[in-house]
Design a binder for this molecule. Structure first.
Ligand code: GRF
Length: 201
């Protein structure tokens, strides 16, 4: 393939806006799969509501534009959603990928990107939605845990499922070992699920 053909092909890849709040290991995995050529997408911007999120550092190291959008609690929640929309629009983001983003997105945001917002959650939804999913499943001594990629709707982790993967738990596994198995599964499934929704393959 000629360089110019390769360049034009890359330019036509769908643009992702990745929303983060924390350490960004899922962001890192997405970056890795884009760079290695098996996820056909471009990250146009990484947006964090937390200025100290390590995910921002990962974006900088990969030369991806990154922006912090503060949630000003004195303003209505909708104004945060509008600031997010504006930032994502400025960077041309077409698909919104939540990767450890800890704020709930409201109807204004979701109406702006209909069926274009996806999330990863560390449980086999509909089991264990919301916070502390891994710990709750571990405390309940679940033998089969897992991860889910789903479209985001107005509920908490209630949108239509895109892909799920089971993770088998050994009774001798510590919580740390379980967390590590779950995160490893997340890092494998998320790029695959993104490729699936973008390209239907
Ligand atoms: C992941 O466990 C993800 O499922 C959940 O938040 C965590 C984010 O981790 N939504 P990281 O910031 O990608 O490392």
């Amino acid at each position: 393939m000629l360089y110019v053909e390769w360049y034009l092909m890359k330019k036509s890849f769908p643009k992702l806006g990745v929303l983060v709040s924390g350490r960004g290991t899922n962001l890192q995995s997405i970056i890795h799969h884009i760079q290695s050529g098996d996820l056909h997408a471009e990250i146009s911007v990484v947006v964090s509501d937390q200025p100290n999120a390590y995910a921002l550092q990962r974006a900088r190291e990969a030369n991806i534009p990154s922006v912090v959008v503060h949630r000003d609690k004195t303003l209505p929640k909708e104004s945060f959603d509008r600031k997010l929309i504006e930032t994502l629009q400025v960077h041309g983001a077409e698909w919104i990928v939540l990767a450890g983003f800890m704020k709930i997105l409201g109807p204004v945001f979701l109406a702006h990107f209909p069926q274009k917002v996806i999330n990863i959650h560390p449980s086999l939804l509909p089991k264990y939605p919301g916070l502390n999913a891994i710990q709750s499943a571990f405390e309940n001594k679940e033998k089969v845990m897992g991860v889910t990629v789903h479209y985001v709707n107005e509920g908490v982790d209630t949108g239509p499922v895109i892909m799920q993967e089971k993770v088998l738990i050994d009774p001798s596994d510590s919580l740390e070992e379980v967390e590590s198995k779950i995160h490893k599964a997340e890092h494998q499934i998320y790029p695959k699920a993104i490729q699936k929704v973008l390209w239907n393959k």
